[in-house]
Design a protein around this ligand. Structure first.
Ligand code: CA
Length: 221
């Protein structure tokens, strides 16, 4: 799941990124309002974390620009402790949740997963498709026969993407976008390698290849 982190405190941003990556996110960081507006409109993010105090502008203006340009991914704003006006203005401007600094990263991750669930119309922290259930808190895959497999960050992100829309064909480019951030440029063959690994867990017929189009998670197997 690709996530945009807008935070001008570089130390905080770097620390958060490594923990968010462990939790299955692929993170793009920007330190400025100007770049945040552009990235939010141009990239396919599943969620955003937006600091309100940015060196070149207010995070609320970034949010308003996104929302007026039909950018719909869920956004969590970072506010100063006790500043209830920021929280209210943020929610009014289209934020989905807020967190006051300082905060525990575990809480941030739990809230992000919650707003993404809501945006996908889910209530539970698992994604269930056919015989398979993906647990996003524990990053593991449970199968109806009782077996359980823990997944690496990349395996989890790829499976999360495919199982999030069963039957939908994802091109390699779309999968790459969800797996890697803007600074990484791995070879597209890596997708094939990960698909092979996942097929060993779920069975070859469950992740189907559509020649020249991409891959889909087959919910009818
Ligand atoms: Ca700031």
């Amino acid at each position: 799941m690709r996530l945009l982190l807008v935070e001008d405190d570089r130390l905080l941003a770097e620390g958060l990124t490594s923990q968010l990556e462990k939790a299955g996110f692929s993170v793009d960081i920007t330190h400025t309002a100007k770049e945040a507006v552009v990235l939010g409109k141009q990239e396919d993010y599943k969620a955003g974390v937006l600091d309100l105090g940015l060196p070149d502008g207010n995070g609320l203006d970034v949010l308003r620009k996104w929302r007026s340009s039909k950018v719909t991914f869920p956004v969590l704003i970072l506010t100063a402790r006790g500043d209830w006006q920021d929280k209210v203005n943020g929610l009014k401007a289209g934020a989905d949740d807020y967190l006051a600094k300082p905060f525990q990263t575990e809480e941030l991750i739990a809230r992000l997963n919650a707003i993404m669930r809501r945006s996908e119309g889910r209530v539970h922290s698992t994604v269930k498709v056919g015989r398979f259930e993906l647990d996003e808190n524990r990053q593991c895959l449970q199968i109806e026969d009782g077996t359980e497999h823990s997944l690496t960050g990349t395996e989890f992100r790829l499976l999360r993407c495919l199982m999030g829309r069963p039957g939908h064909i994802f091109s390699k480019e779309q999968l790459m976008e969800q797996l890697y951030n803007l600074n990484e440029s791995p070879n597209e063959n890596i997708i094939e390698a990960y698909i092979r690994r996942l097929r060993k867990l779920v069975g070859a017929e469950t992740i189907a290849t559509r020649r020249g189009q991409g891959y889909l998670f087959n919910d009818s197997v």
